[in-house]
Every structure is written in C-alpha cells, then in structure tokens.
Write a protein that binds this ligand. Structure first.
Ligand code: NAD
Length: 284
C-alpha cells in the first residue's frame, strides 16, 4: 500500500510554526514584512502573487505588493529594489519570475540583497547552498525536504534520482539530498538510459515540466516518488508523474494537486521569518 503524502497538511504545520514565530517577534516589537514585485500581466504570476499575499495575511506577515506595468524599464525596477533593500520594515523581497522579455532577470536577481533574497536565487545564496551553509533554500526543494522529514523518510544512504536540472528546482534539490547523505543523480534532457537510472531510485523526484512523464515502468517497487510538475489539462491538474499507475508501485507518493504545490508558499513564509530573525540578530 502506498502512502499519499498530504502536502496541504504538512504545509499547514509549517505555516502554524511560522505564525507562532511571527507572534513571538511581534511581542518583541518586531514586525515581519515581505515585498512582492510583479511586472506585467501574466495571469499565472498574478495568481501566485495573490496566493502569497493571502498567506502573509493569515500568518501576520505584512505584505507589500508592487504591481508594475509591462512597460517598466530595467532602471525603474532596479530603483525599486534598491529602495526595498534599504527599507527596514521589509525583510524579504521577491520578484515574481518570469519577467517580460525586455528585462534582464539575472541583473534583477543580483540586485536583491542576499539577506532579503527569500527565494534564494541570488548567486551568494546559491553558493551557500552548495557548501551546505545556508539561511535560505529555494522554496520548492525546501518544501520537498520538509515533506520527506514529516513522512519520516530517511535520505541517508538512499539512491536519489532527480529528473530536471533547473536552478530553482532540480539543482538545489540534488544538493539538499546530498547534504542529507543521499547518493544523488541529476538527470536532464540529454541523459541516456533515463529509465534504467530511474529504476535504481529509492527516492525519485520529477521536475521535468512534462505531464505524466514518469510512468510505472520507470519506478522501482517500494520507491518514494515526489512530483513537482503542475499541468492544467482538460481533466484538471496533473503532475509530471502518471499518478494512477505509478502509485501502485510506490511506498510514498505526492499527489497533484495537494502535494508539493502547497509547500512552496509555506516555505516562502518560513524564509521570510528567517530573514526577519537574522536581520534582528535573533537565533533561528
Ligand atoms: P524547467 O523547464 O526549468 O526544467 C525542466 C528540466 O527537465 C530541465 O532541466 C530539462 O533538462 C529536464 N528535461 C526536459 N525534458 C526531459 C527529458 N525528456 N528527460 C529528462 N529530463 C528532461 O522546469 P522547472 O522550473 O524546474 O519546473 C519543472 C516543473 O515543476 C514544471 O512543471 C513546473 O511548472 C513545476 N514547478 C512546480 C512548483 C511547485 O510549487 N509545485 C514550483 C516550480 C516548478
């Protein structure tokens, strides 16, 4: 029998922890603030930003939303980031990606102060993840580690396979599993023998961006399968994993929706609280 990891429940527990942490800071006269910048009219980005705002409100985090027009210039965006970097009441800054094509994403990420970079995309934070000395981890991989822990899944010594090498999911995911003493393989679009590699996995993380890409013949009996993908189809949402058939073989599996998705915002809230504590020289 497979156990379906309930992302909503794990996310609720993280949020409760954050809410308590925010309250404790408030009692010391410290507020926690997150600034979210969105440029343009991308509908998916607007939904994500609205959800982040809602989560902040529920946890006592002050959220400031900066909705800028599509025509915003690089200079204007950098000027806003510089202002937010200086603003004492703002502990975390997040710029919703992707940005419109005329804007330089790399320069924008680099402009955010590393100590306010709650997405953990700044090269300084990425480097710190590499050496295992970090304050923030990108929210999706951080959420997956939280789910594994909540399910008492020990990574130590396990064969871990991550499909996908993006900077926001695949690569940091691999590093976090390695820090927990997993033996990690990161696969990508040029990987040969993907099926054979996946069949060796005790823990398989799918971050491919292709609906139902991971099929039952790629999964070892008793494996743990984590599905990062989100796809909106005719029959509602689905992930990168063929859940119906794969779940017949797994020991643990995450569903879509209700798996990794809810964790991402919860971990953003946690990173914002961590940022506030660090900026006020308080222990985590
Ligand atoms: P991406 O497009 O940046 O990366 C996809 C990766 O998959 C690439 O590294 C590519 O090499 C690899 N890939 C593509 N085709 C492959 C193949 N045939 N074989 C092996 N590898 C292949 O995507 P991303 O940003 O990492 O996101 C992945 C998925 O996760 C998307 O569906 C995205 O919507 C979803 N996502 C979900 C959350 C969440 O909160 N649940 C957060 C971020 C991303």
């Amino acid at each position: 029998m497979t156990e379906i990891i309930d992302g909503k429940a794990v996310a609720a527990a993280v949020k409760e922890r954050v809410k308590q942490g925010v309250l404790e800071l408030n009692e010391k006269g410290i507020t926690v603030g997150l600034a979210v910048i969105i440029v343009g009219e991308d509908p998916a980005s607007k939904v994500y930003v609205a959800n982040k705002k809602k989560a902040c409100e529920a946890l006592g985090i002050i959220s400031e939303e900066y909705a800028l027009p599509e025509s915003t210039t690089q200079e204007e965006l950098l000027a806003l980031i510089a202002e937010l970097n200086r603003k004492k009441s703002i502990n975390g800054i997040l710029c919703q990606l992707p940005l419109p094509a005329h804007l330089d994403e790399k320069q924008v990420i680099n402009a955010i102060l590393p100590e306010k970079d709650v997405d953990a995309f700044h090269p300084q934070n990425v480097g710190r993840i590499m050496i295992g000395d970090f304050d923030f981890v990108p929210c999706t991989p951080a959420g997956i580690m939280e789910m594994l822990e909540a399910s008492n899944i020990d990574v130590c010594g396990k064969t871990c396979v991550v499909i996908g090498r993006s900077n926001i999911v695949g690569k940091p995911m691999g590093m976090l599993l390695l820090h927990k003493n997993g033996t990690v393989t990161i696969c990508h679009s040029k990987t040969r023998n993907l099926k054979e590699i996946c069949l060796g996995a005790d823990i398989l993380v799918a971050a491919v961006g292709k609906p139902k890409f991971v099929t039952a013949d790629m999964v070892k009996e008793g494996a743990v399968v984590i599905d990062v993908g989100i796809h909106r189809g005719e029959n509602g949402l689905c992930g990168d994993v063929d859940f119906e058939n794969v779940s017949k073989k797994t020991s643990f599996i995450t569903p879509v929706p209700g798996g990794v998705g809810p964790m991402t915002i919860a971990m953003l809230m946690q990173n914002t609280l961590t940022a506030a504590k660090k900026q006020n020289a308080l222990p985590e």
